[in-house]
Design a protein around this ligand. Structure first.
Ligand code: PLP
Length: 394
């Protein structure tokens, strides 16, 4: 059996989305900035997509800017705010569990002297404390950027409350909602800026959007012909943008039904994996993305689990990243307090609406076998238990 259980990495393009995109990849190839009929239909599709996305998010369409990715939207927001508000200050608040598209951008800016950074800690479930945010705000804080939902452990942050705290102090609040949009209902009331990415909810890769509350003016990351209200120059990817809007519309229309389906699969897998000895669910037990099942297994390497599962036809992922010959455990798992030794044994399974109950059963069996096999070969495992316990909470 082949099971795709890595929807947090990317999702399959929905057939209806491809169908909506096709005309703009073929006969409707006009450049939206030109003046003849072919161009006008491209422009019309672009503006219709903008309106649809705005309505689906419950925001003003004048605030929707299409970009080339979630990463680009995050960079545009952060660098744009630091430039626009440079007279006010350069203090930015973020969290220890953000995606690299936020963390690396801010670290780079901090090292080059362009920002001062406060990184808020998270609790054992990966949640940020509103009190910590309140205490971290300063007179020279120009931006708070906190993700809506975590890409590794699925924890959903109290975004509305965090946004309200920033707003009280007149500080712009950005959220990287790449993992949340299309999977949980958006709550945009207290949000000034929001990032989304089409390929995480059944749309095409290489297209994202940045929402800016009308009134927020920031400079572009890339200068050029002045597309997208001057914020994002470059001839618009009409097919991609139409695909993004269609995918968001499908995801929103079917949200309740999809959540039910995905949750049923996740629950089966969660229950099954909890029965494996010395396994632990990571992330918040309830406030989490419905499709995310994230675990650590003691005395196992996450990489070997991913490879073992691949051999059984299951596409999964681990929080560990193999870089320059060393295995670094995920910053998210370290931030929730896992010791290195335990964080190495992480596995992330992320399900989508096309996963079935049979697949869920198959995945549980496959993981149990792969974990048992890895432990048989592990020097950290002996006599049916780990040779050493590294974590007080276990
Ligand atoms: N932010 C989060 C939370 C993500 O999970 C990802 C992708 O994994 C990104 C940003 C980057 O999005 P994109 O792949 O569109 O650049």
């Amino acid at each position: 059996m082949q099971v795709y259980a890595d929807h947090a990495a990317t999702t399959p393009l929905k057939p209806e989305v491809l169908e909506a995109m096709m005309p703009y990849l073929t006969e409707q190839y006009g450049n939206a900035s030109s003046m003849y009929g072919l161009a006008r239909s491209a422009k019309k599709a672009l503006e219709a997509a903008r309106e649809d996305v705005a309505n689906l998010l419950g925001v003003d369409k004048r605030g929707i800017y299409f970009t080339g990715s979630g990463t680009e939207s995050n960079n545009t927001a952060i660098k744009g705010v630091l430039t626009a508000l440079s007279r006010k200050g350069k203090h930015v608040i973020t969290t220890a569990v953000e995606h690299h598209a936020i963390i690396h951008t801010l670290e780079h800016l901090r090292k080059s002297g362009h920002c001062e950074l406060t990184v808020l800690p998270v609790d054992e479930y990966g949640a940020v404390s509103p009190d910590d945010l309140r205490a971290a705000l300063r007179d020279d804080t120009v931006l708070v950027t906190i993700m809506t939902a975590n890409n590794e452990i699925g924890t959903i942050q109290p975004i509305d409350e965090l946004g309200a705290i920033a707003r009280e102090r007149g500080v712009w609040f950005h959220t990287d909602a790449v993992q949340a949009i299309g999977h949980v209902a958006p709550d945009t009331q207290n949000i000034d800026m929001l990032t989304l990415s089409a390929h995480k909810f059944g749309g095409p890769k290489g297209v994202g959007a940045l929402y800016l509350r009308p009134g927020i003016i920031i400079p572009p990351l890339v200068d050029g012909g002045g597309h997208e209200g001057g914020l994002r120059s470059g001839t618009e990817n009409i097919a991609g943008i139409v695909g993004l809007a269609k995918a968001l519309s499908l995801a929103t229309d079917n949200l309740a039904e999809n959540t039910k389906k995905v949750s049923a699969v996740s629950e089966t897998v969660k229950r099954g994996l909890s029965e494996i000895p010395y396994s632990h669910l990571t992330g918040h037990p309830e406030k989490r993305l419905p499709g995310t099942v994230s675990f650590v297994f003691e005395a196992v390497e996450g990489e070997s689990l991913v490879l073992g599962l691949d051999a059984k036809g299951v596409a999964a992922s681990s929080g560990s990243a193999c870089s320059s010959g060393t295995l670094d455990p995920s910053h998210v798992l370290l931030a929730i307090g896992l010791p290195h030794e335990v964080a190495h044994g992480s596995l992330r399974l992320t399900f989508g609406e096309e996963n079935t109950a049979e697949e869920a059963e198959y995945v549980v069996k496959a993981v149990a076998e792969v974990v048992a096999r890895a432990r048989e070969m592990s020097p950290l495992w002996s006599g049916g238990k780990p040779t050493e316990r590294f974590w007080q909470n276990m």
